[in-house]
Design a protein around this ligand. Structure first.
Ligand code: HEC
Length: 109
């Protein structure tokens, strides 16, 4: 975890270094695509015509950039429940740099 991150005050997991002290370096969409597969995001989502078994639960992530931006994704992927009331998505196992990468990937689709 880089020293450029600080704990997220809004987070239930207050020790989770999910916020950036300064503007983070841009995410790498190619790494984000790999993380999306590795972390089984596909399980509860559909994207680019590929659906997991629980895709109805999380819904489609196609055209995400039309409704969300990186600032929102940073908060949501750090702690879904603190960002969206009634959120059912489990806390993703992504560190701050990985959140940038996954965000860059999702916003490019
Ligand atoms: C166990 C099921 C599940 C898994 C696994 C899961 N999600 Fe989700 N996701 C959801 C649900 C349910 C929602 C709808 C909002 C909510 O309830 O939090 C959601 C919403 C989202 C949203 C917001 C979509 C929108 O239209 O606003 C994003 C972005 C997202 N998920 C990304 C991911 C990523 C990235 C991963 C992998 C690290 C992942 N999800 C893994 C269930 C899941």
């Amino acid at each position: 975890m880089g020293s450029n991150t600080r704990p997220c005050a809004a987070c239930r997991f207050s020790d989770r270094p999910c916020a950036w002290a300064a503007e983070p370096p841009p995410g790498d969409a190619r790494l984000g695509e790999q993380l999306y597969a590795q972390k089984n995001c596909n399980l509860c989502h559909s994207l680019g015509g590929i659906s997991g078994p629980l895709a109805d639960l999380g819904g489609s992530l196609d055209n995400l950039a039309e409704r969300r931006d990186m600032a929102w994704l940073r908060r949501y992927l750090c702690n879904p429940a603190a960002t969206l009331s009634g959120a059912q998505m489990p806390l993703p196992d992504l560190n701050p740099a990985e959140i940038e990468d996954v965000g860059a990937f999702l916003l490019s689709r």
